[in-house]
Design a protein around this ligand. Structure first.
Ligand code: ASP
Length: 427
Protein backbone atom coordinates (compact mmCIF):
# COMPACT_ATOMS: atom_id res chain seq x y z
CA UNK A 1 0.00 0.00 0.00
CA UNK A 2 2.70 2.44 1.10
CA UNK A 3 4.87 1.41 -1.84
CA UNK A 4 2.01 1.96 -4.23
CA UNK A 5 1.61 5.51 -2.83
CA UNK A 6 5.22 6.36 -3.57
CA UNK A 7 5.00 4.82 -7.02
CA UNK A 8 2.49 7.50 -8.09
CA UNK A 9 4.45 10.52 -9.40
CA UNK A 10 4.46 13.35 -6.86
CA UNK A 11 2.76 15.85 -9.18
CA UNK A 12 -0.21 13.51 -9.64
CA UNK A 13 -0.54 13.08 -5.87
CA UNK A 14 -0.43 16.88 -5.51
CA UNK A 15 -3.10 17.50 -8.14
CA UNK A 16 -5.33 14.85 -6.55
CA UNK A 17 -4.83 16.52 -3.14
CA UNK A 18 -5.80 19.88 -4.61
CA UNK A 19 -9.08 18.52 -5.98
CA UNK A 20 -9.94 16.36 -2.95
CA UNK A 21 -9.07 19.22 -0.58
CA UNK A 22 -11.43 21.56 -2.43
CA UNK A 23 -14.27 19.04 -2.28
CA UNK A 24 -13.62 18.28 1.39
CA UNK A 25 -13.63 21.99 2.30
CA UNK A 26 -16.84 22.57 0.38
CA UNK A 27 -18.64 19.71 2.16
CA UNK A 28 -17.12 20.23 5.60
CA UNK A 29 -17.47 24.03 5.76
CA UNK A 30 -15.84 26.04 8.58
CA UNK A 31 -15.05 22.78 10.47
CA UNK A 32 -12.20 22.26 7.98
CA UNK A 33 -10.26 24.81 10.04
CA UNK A 34 -9.40 21.91 12.37
CA UNK A 35 -7.07 20.33 9.79
CA UNK A 36 -5.29 23.59 8.94
CA UNK A 37 -2.59 22.54 11.41
CA UNK A 38 -1.39 19.93 8.89
CA UNK A 39 -0.91 22.69 6.33
CA UNK A 40 0.82 24.90 8.89
CA UNK A 41 3.29 22.14 9.78
CA UNK A 42 4.01 21.64 6.08
CA UNK A 43 4.67 25.38 5.62
CA UNK A 44 6.89 25.42 8.72
CA UNK A 45 9.02 22.63 7.27
CA UNK A 46 9.47 24.47 3.98
CA UNK A 47 10.15 27.74 5.80
CA UNK A 48 12.89 25.94 7.73
CA UNK A 49 14.68 25.46 4.41
CA UNK A 50 14.50 29.06 3.15
CA UNK A 51 17.53 30.52 4.94
CA UNK A 52 20.01 27.65 4.55
CA UNK A 53 18.93 26.95 0.99
CA UNK A 54 19.25 30.57 -0.18
CA UNK A 55 22.52 31.06 1.66
CA UNK A 56 24.22 27.89 0.43
CA UNK A 57 22.71 27.85 -3.08
CA UNK A 58 23.24 31.51 -3.93
CA UNK A 59 26.82 31.58 -2.62
CA UNK A 60 27.68 28.29 -4.35
CA UNK A 61 25.83 29.42 -7.48
CA UNK A 62 27.64 32.75 -7.75
CA UNK A 63 31.00 31.16 -6.94
CA UNK A 64 30.52 28.57 -9.68
CA UNK A 65 29.52 31.15 -12.29
CA UNK A 66 33.25 31.63 -12.77
CA UNK A 67 33.68 35.37 -13.17
CA UNK A 68 31.94 38.65 -12.45
CA UNK A 69 31.27 39.31 -16.15
CA UNK A 70 29.14 36.19 -16.47
CA UNK A 71 27.25 37.08 -13.29
CA UNK A 72 26.43 40.43 -14.90
CA UNK A 73 25.24 38.83 -18.13
CA UNK A 74 22.82 36.57 -16.23
CA UNK A 75 21.77 39.46 -13.98
CA UNK A 76 20.88 42.11 -16.57
CA UNK A 77 18.88 39.70 -18.73
CA UNK A 78 16.87 38.46 -15.76
CA UNK A 79 16.23 41.94 -14.37
CA UNK A 80 15.18 43.27 -17.79
CA UNK A 81 12.69 40.41 -18.13
CA UNK A 82 11.40 41.04 -14.58
CA UNK A 83 10.81 44.73 -15.35
CA UNK A 84 9.18 44.26 -18.76
CA UNK A 85 6.82 41.48 -17.63
CA UNK A 86 5.93 43.50 -14.51
CA UNK A 87 4.95 46.52 -16.60
CA UNK A 88 2.82 44.45 -18.97
CA UNK A 89 1.11 42.89 -15.93
CA UNK A 90 0.20 46.23 -14.27
CA UNK A 91 -1.23 47.66 -17.48
CA UNK A 92 -3.19 44.46 -18.01
CA UNK A 93 -4.72 44.92 -14.55
CA UNK A 94 -5.58 48.53 -15.37
CA UNK A 95 -7.10 47.51 -18.72
CA UNK A 96 -9.24 44.79 -17.15
CA UNK A 97 -10.41 47.19 -14.45
CA UNK A 98 -11.31 49.87 -17.03
CA UNK A 99 -13.11 47.57 -19.44
CA UNK A 100 -15.04 45.39 -17.03
CA UNK A 101 -15.57 47.93 -14.23
CA UNK A 102 -15.79 45.35 -11.41
CA UNK A 103 -16.37 48.05 -8.76
CA UNK A 104 -19.44 49.65 -10.34
CA UNK A 105 -22.68 48.85 -8.55
CA UNK A 106 -21.12 46.87 -5.70
CA UNK A 107 -23.57 46.99 -2.81
CA UNK A 108 -21.37 47.57 0.23
CA UNK A 109 -24.19 46.54 2.58
CA UNK A 110 -23.85 42.92 1.45
CA UNK A 111 -20.12 42.77 1.87
CA UNK A 112 -18.33 41.13 4.69
CA UNK A 113 -15.45 43.18 6.04
CA UNK A 114 -12.05 41.55 6.29
CA UNK A 115 -9.17 42.46 8.53
CA UNK A 116 -7.19 45.42 7.27
CA UNK A 117 -3.44 44.94 7.52
CA UNK A 118 -1.22 47.25 9.52
CA UNK A 119 -1.34 50.55 7.58
CA UNK A 120 2.26 51.38 8.44
CA UNK A 121 3.80 51.89 5.00
CA UNK A 122 7.55 51.90 4.72
CA UNK A 123 8.90 54.89 2.79
CA UNK A 124 11.03 54.14 -0.26
CA UNK A 125 14.11 55.24 1.67
CA UNK A 126 13.31 52.69 4.35
CA UNK A 127 12.68 50.05 1.72
CA UNK A 128 16.11 50.55 0.17
CA UNK A 129 17.82 50.56 3.55
CA UNK A 130 16.06 47.36 4.58
CA UNK A 131 17.84 45.56 1.73
CA UNK A 132 21.19 46.05 3.43
CA UNK A 133 22.07 43.14 5.71
CA UNK A 134 23.41 45.20 8.61
CA UNK A 135 23.63 42.12 10.79
CA UNK A 136 23.68 38.96 8.63
CA UNK A 137 22.84 36.84 11.67
CA UNK A 138 19.81 38.96 12.50
CA UNK A 139 18.68 38.81 8.87
CA UNK A 140 18.88 35.01 8.98
CA UNK A 141 17.13 34.78 12.34
CA UNK A 142 14.25 36.90 11.06
CA UNK A 143 14.14 35.12 7.66
CA UNK A 144 14.40 38.39 5.73
CA UNK A 145 14.84 37.13 2.21
CA UNK A 146 15.98 40.19 0.28
CA UNK A 147 18.86 41.28 2.54
CA UNK A 148 19.83 37.61 2.84
CA UNK A 149 20.16 37.40 -0.96
CA UNK A 150 22.25 40.59 -0.96
CA UNK A 151 24.56 39.11 1.69
CA UNK A 152 24.81 35.76 -0.12
CA UNK A 153 25.57 37.50 -3.42
CA UNK A 154 28.34 39.47 -1.74
CA UNK A 155 29.87 36.35 -0.17
CA UNK A 156 29.75 34.63 -3.59
CA UNK A 157 31.35 37.65 -5.28
CA UNK A 158 33.99 37.72 -2.53
CA UNK A 159 34.86 34.08 -3.28
CA UNK A 160 35.04 34.83 -7.02
CA UNK A 161 37.37 37.77 -6.42
CA UNK A 162 39.56 35.85 -3.97
CA UNK A 163 39.91 32.90 -6.32
CA UNK A 164 40.30 35.20 -9.32
CA UNK A 165 43.70 36.07 -7.91
CA UNK A 166 44.85 32.53 -8.64
CA UNK A 167 45.00 33.14 -12.38
CA UNK A 168 46.89 36.40 -11.97
CA UNK A 169 49.52 35.10 -9.69
CA UNK A 170 51.56 31.88 -9.86
CA UNK A 171 52.43 32.09 -6.24
CA UNK A 172 48.74 31.96 -5.45
CA UNK A 173 48.83 28.16 -5.34
CA UNK A 174 50.70 28.41 -2.11
CA UNK A 175 48.68 31.32 -0.81
CA UNK A 176 46.69 30.07 2.18
CA UNK A 177 43.97 32.70 1.69
CA UNK A 178 43.30 31.69 -1.92
CA UNK A 179 43.27 28.01 -1.02
CA UNK A 180 40.91 28.72 1.85
CA UNK A 181 38.50 30.57 -0.46
CA UNK A 182 38.49 27.61 -2.85
CA UNK A 183 37.81 25.27 0.04
CA UNK A 184 34.98 27.43 1.35
CA UNK A 185 33.41 27.38 -2.13
CA UNK A 186 33.43 23.57 -1.97
CA UNK A 187 31.81 23.64 1.47
CA UNK A 188 29.01 25.80 0.08
CA UNK A 189 28.57 23.33 -2.79
CA UNK A 190 28.21 20.56 -0.24
CA UNK A 191 25.75 22.58 1.85
CA UNK A 192 23.61 23.37 -1.20
CA UNK A 193 23.47 19.68 -2.09
CA UNK A 194 22.54 18.64 1.45
CA UNK A 195 19.65 21.10 1.64
CA UNK A 196 18.41 20.11 -1.80
CA UNK A 197 18.20 16.54 -0.53
CA UNK A 198 16.27 17.69 2.53
CA UNK A 199 13.92 19.60 0.19
CA UNK A 200 13.15 16.32 -1.60
CA UNK A 201 12.20 14.76 1.74
CA UNK A 202 10.02 17.69 2.77
CA UNK A 203 8.28 17.68 -0.60
CA UNK A 204 6.86 14.27 0.18
CA UNK A 205 4.60 16.15 2.62
CA UNK A 206 3.22 18.32 -0.20
CA UNK A 207 0.03 16.32 -0.93
CA UNK A 208 -0.98 16.41 2.76
CA UNK A 209 -0.17 20.11 3.19
CA UNK A 210 -1.92 21.09 -0.02
CA UNK A 211 -5.00 19.03 0.88
CA UNK A 212 -5.34 20.63 4.33
CA UNK A 213 -4.75 24.20 3.14
CA UNK A 214 -7.21 24.04 0.26
CA UNK A 215 -9.87 22.42 2.48
CA UNK A 216 -9.36 25.21 5.03
CA UNK A 217 -9.61 28.06 2.50
CA UNK A 218 -12.67 26.67 0.73
CA UNK A 219 -14.31 25.66 4.02
CA UNK A 220 -13.85 28.91 5.91
CA UNK A 221 -14.15 31.53 3.19
CA UNK A 222 -17.59 30.39 2.13
CA UNK A 223 -18.95 31.03 -1.30
CA UNK A 224 -21.13 33.96 -0.14
CA UNK A 225 -18.13 36.21 0.34
CA UNK A 226 -16.81 35.20 -3.04
CA UNK A 227 -20.17 35.80 -4.75
CA UNK A 228 -20.40 39.37 -3.47
CA UNK A 229 -17.05 40.20 -4.97
CA UNK A 230 -17.32 37.67 -7.80
CA UNK A 231 -16.44 40.13 -10.52
CA UNK A 232 -13.23 41.22 -8.80
CA UNK A 233 -12.24 37.64 -8.01
CA UNK A 234 -13.10 36.60 -11.59
CA UNK A 235 -11.06 39.47 -13.08
CA UNK A 236 -8.14 38.56 -10.85
CA UNK A 237 -8.19 34.95 -12.05
CA UNK A 238 -8.66 36.04 -15.66
CA UNK A 239 -5.73 38.48 -15.43
CA UNK A 240 -3.46 35.84 -13.92
CA UNK A 241 -4.49 33.26 -16.51
CA UNK A 242 -3.76 35.76 -19.30
CA UNK A 243 -0.33 36.50 -17.82
CA UNK A 244 0.45 32.78 -17.65
CA UNK A 245 -1.33 31.61 -20.79
CA UNK A 246 -0.36 34.44 -23.13
CA UNK A 247 2.66 36.33 -21.80
CA UNK A 248 4.62 33.47 -20.21
CA UNK A 249 3.68 30.91 -22.84
CA UNK A 250 4.69 33.45 -25.53
CA UNK A 251 8.05 34.09 -23.83
CA UNK A 252 8.68 30.37 -23.36
CA UNK A 253 7.75 29.53 -26.94
CA UNK A 254 9.44 32.39 -28.78
CA UNK A 255 12.26 33.60 -26.54
CA UNK A 256 13.23 30.48 -24.63
CA UNK A 257 12.03 28.04 -27.32
CA UNK A 258 11.17 25.25 -24.95
CA UNK A 259 8.38 22.70 -24.72
CA UNK A 260 5.39 24.35 -23.04
CA UNK A 261 3.96 21.06 -21.80
CA UNK A 262 7.35 20.03 -20.46
CA UNK A 263 7.60 23.36 -18.64
CA UNK A 264 4.24 23.08 -16.91
CA UNK A 265 4.68 19.38 -16.12
CA UNK A 266 8.04 20.18 -14.55
CA UNK A 267 6.63 23.09 -12.59
CA UNK A 268 3.34 21.62 -11.38
CA UNK A 269 4.63 20.84 -7.87
CA UNK A 270 5.84 24.40 -7.38
CA UNK A 271 2.64 25.89 -8.84
CA UNK A 272 0.46 23.73 -6.54
CA UNK A 273 2.54 24.63 -3.48
CA UNK A 274 2.39 28.32 -4.43
CA UNK A 275 -1.36 28.12 -4.93
CA UNK A 276 -2.05 26.44 -1.61
CA UNK A 277 0.45 28.34 0.57
CA UNK A 278 0.02 31.79 -1.07
CA UNK A 279 3.69 32.43 -0.40
CA UNK A 280 6.43 32.74 -3.03
CA UNK A 281 9.10 32.59 -0.33
CA UNK A 282 7.74 29.41 1.20
CA UNK A 283 7.59 27.92 -2.30
CA UNK A 284 11.17 28.95 -3.09
CA UNK A 285 12.80 25.60 -2.18
CA UNK A 286 10.30 23.78 -4.41
CA UNK A 287 10.75 26.25 -7.30
CA UNK A 288 14.52 25.82 -7.06
CA UNK A 289 14.21 22.09 -7.21
CA UNK A 290 11.74 22.13 -10.12
CA UNK A 291 13.84 24.49 -12.25
CA UNK A 292 17.02 22.51 -11.64
CA UNK A 293 15.77 18.98 -11.61
CA UNK A 294 12.82 19.12 -14.04
CA UNK A 295 13.54 22.08 -16.30
CA UNK A 296 17.25 21.56 -16.80
CA UNK A 297 18.46 25.00 -15.68
CA UNK A 298 22.05 25.02 -14.42
CA UNK A 299 22.44 25.38 -10.67
CA UNK A 300 24.29 28.74 -10.73
CA UNK A 301 21.67 30.44 -12.91
CA UNK A 302 18.64 28.96 -11.18
CA UNK A 303 19.77 29.67 -7.63
CA UNK A 304 20.54 33.27 -8.53
CA UNK A 305 17.51 34.10 -10.71
CA UNK A 306 14.85 32.11 -8.81
CA UNK A 307 15.90 33.49 -5.41
CA UNK A 308 15.95 37.05 -6.69
CA UNK A 309 12.66 36.57 -8.57
CA UNK A 310 10.86 35.15 -5.55
CA UNK A 311 11.03 38.52 -3.85
CA UNK A 312 11.24 41.13 -6.60
CA UNK A 313 9.33 39.57 -9.49
CA UNK A 314 5.60 39.49 -8.76
CA UNK A 315 3.60 39.96 -11.92
CA UNK A 316 0.41 38.53 -10.39
CA UNK A 317 0.69 41.04 -7.54
CA UNK A 318 1.45 43.94 -9.90
CA UNK A 319 -1.62 43.12 -12.02
CA UNK A 320 -3.74 42.77 -8.87
CA UNK A 321 -2.66 46.15 -7.47
CA UNK A 322 -3.67 47.87 -10.71
CA UNK A 323 -7.01 46.07 -10.86
CA UNK A 324 -7.85 46.52 -7.18
CA UNK A 325 -7.12 50.26 -7.27
CA UNK A 326 -9.58 50.73 -10.12
CA UNK A 327 -12.08 48.55 -8.23
CA UNK A 328 -11.79 50.78 -5.14
CA UNK A 329 -12.04 53.95 -7.23
CA UNK A 330 -15.18 52.70 -9.03
CA UNK A 331 -16.74 51.55 -5.77
CA UNK A 332 -16.40 54.99 -4.18
CA UNK A 333 -16.86 57.01 -7.37
CA UNK A 334 -13.34 58.44 -7.50
CA UNK A 335 -12.46 59.84 -10.94
CA UNK A 336 -8.99 58.91 -12.13
CA UNK A 337 -6.99 60.89 -14.67
CA UNK A 338 -4.31 59.52 -16.99
CA UNK A 339 -1.70 60.88 -14.57
CA UNK A 340 -3.35 58.77 -11.86
CA UNK A 341 -3.05 55.70 -14.09
CA UNK A 342 0.66 56.33 -14.54
CA UNK A 343 1.03 56.86 -10.78
CA UNK A 344 -0.77 53.56 -10.15
CA UNK A 345 1.45 51.77 -12.69
CA UNK A 346 4.62 53.09 -11.06
CA UNK A 347 3.48 52.42 -7.50
CA UNK A 348 2.09 48.98 -8.34
CA UNK A 349 5.45 48.04 -9.84
CA UNK A 350 7.36 49.36 -6.83
CA UNK A 351 4.80 47.72 -4.53
CA UNK A 352 5.19 44.34 -6.21
CA UNK A 353 8.98 44.60 -5.90
CA UNK A 354 8.75 45.64 -2.26
CA UNK A 355 6.08 43.08 -1.30
CA UNK A 356 7.49 40.17 0.67
CA UNK A 357 6.73 36.71 -0.68
CA UNK A 358 4.25 35.98 2.09
CA UNK A 359 0.47 35.64 2.23
CA UNK A 360 -1.36 38.96 2.09
CA UNK A 361 1.70 41.05 1.22
CA UNK A 362 -0.09 42.53 -1.79
CA UNK A 363 -2.88 43.73 0.47
CA UNK A 364 -0.40 45.66 2.60
CA UNK A 365 0.98 47.39 -0.49
CA UNK A 366 -2.53 48.30 -1.60
CA UNK A 367 -2.76 50.99 1.08
CA UNK A 368 0.10 52.99 -0.46
CA UNK A 369 -1.37 52.87 -3.97
CA UNK A 370 -4.89 53.78 -2.78
CA UNK A 371 -3.62 56.70 -0.73
CA UNK A 372 -1.58 58.11 -3.63
CA UNK A 373 -4.60 58.43 -5.96
CA UNK A 374 -7.21 59.28 -3.32
CA UNK A 375 -9.12 56.00 -3.09
CA UNK A 376 -10.64 55.59 0.42
CA UNK A 377 -8.77 52.97 2.44
CA UNK A 378 -12.09 51.42 3.56
CA UNK A 379 -12.20 49.66 0.21
CA UNK A 380 -9.32 47.50 1.45
CA UNK A 381 -11.50 46.06 4.21
CA UNK A 382 -13.98 44.76 1.63
CA UNK A 383 -11.31 43.31 -0.59
CA UNK A 384 -9.57 41.74 2.42
CA UNK A 385 -12.53 39.42 2.96
CA UNK A 386 -11.68 37.50 -0.21
CA UNK A 387 -8.02 38.36 -0.52
CA UNK A 388 -6.78 34.87 0.24
CA UNK A 389 -8.52 33.24 -2.68
CA UNK A 390 -7.02 35.85 -5.01
CA UNK A 391 -3.65 35.70 -3.27
CA UNK A 392 -3.40 32.00 -4.10
CA UNK A 393 -3.76 32.66 -7.81
CA UNK A 394 -1.40 35.63 -7.92
CA UNK A 395 1.23 33.69 -5.99
CA UNK A 396 0.95 30.79 -8.46
CA UNK A 397 1.43 33.41 -11.21
CA UNK A 398 4.39 35.00 -9.44
CA UNK A 399 6.15 31.65 -9.08
CA UNK A 400 5.42 30.64 -12.69
CA UNK A 401 6.91 34.01 -13.71
CA UNK A 402 10.10 33.36 -11.73
CA UNK A 403 10.55 30.03 -13.49
CA UNK A 404 9.72 31.53 -16.91
CA UNK A 405 12.39 34.21 -16.52
CA UNK A 406 14.88 31.65 -15.16
CA UNK A 407 14.37 29.23 -18.06
CA UNK A 408 14.48 32.07 -20.60
CA UNK A 409 17.67 33.56 -19.17
CA UNK A 410 19.31 30.12 -19.16
CA UNK A 411 18.16 29.47 -22.71
CA UNK A 412 19.49 32.83 -23.94
CA UNK A 413 22.86 31.99 -22.46
CA UNK A 414 22.79 28.51 -24.00
CA UNK A 415 22.93 26.72 -20.68
CA UNK A 416 19.57 25.00 -20.67
CA UNK A 417 19.60 21.23 -20.68
CA UNK A 418 16.67 20.76 -23.07
CA UNK A 419 16.93 16.97 -22.80
CA UNK A 420 16.07 17.32 -19.13
CA UNK A 421 13.11 19.59 -19.92
CA UNK A 422 11.82 17.27 -22.59
CA UNK A 423 12.01 14.34 -20.21
CA UNK A 424 9.78 16.33 -17.84
CA UNK A 425 7.05 15.16 -20.20
CA UNK A 426 7.27 11.76 -18.58
CA UNK A 427 8.05 12.58 -14.97
N1 ASP B 1 1.45 36.23 -1.56
C1 ASP B 1 2.15 36.77 -2.70
C2 ASP B 1 3.44 36.04 -2.91
O1 ASP B 1 3.98 35.47 -2.00
C3 ASP B 1 2.40 38.23 -2.55
C4 ASP B 1 1.10 38.95 -2.58
O2 ASP B 1 0.45 39.05 -1.56
O3 ASP B 1 0.70 39.38 -3.67
O4 ASP B 1 3.95 35.99 -4.01
Amino acid sequence: MLRKWFEIPLWQRVVAALILGGITGYIWGPGAESIKIIGDIFIDFIKMLIVPLIFFSVVAGVASIGNIGRLGSVGWRAILLFVVTGQVAVWLGLALGTWFEPGIGVDTANLQMGEVPDPDQPTWQEMIRSMIPVSPVDVMAKVQVLPLIVFSLLVGIGILLARGDVEDDDEAETDAGVQGAAMIAKIFDGGALIFQKITILVMELTPFGVFALIAWVVGTLGLEAVYALAKLVGMNYLGCLLIIGVMYVGILAFLARVSIIGFFRGMIDAIAVAYSTASSSATLPVTLRCTQRNLGVSRPTSSFVVSLGSTINMDGTAMYLGLATLFGAQMFGVDLSMTDYVTIAILATVGSIGAAGIPGAGLVMMGAVFAAVGVPLEAIAFIAGVDRIMDMMRTATNVTGDATVTVTTASMLGELDTEELRSADDI
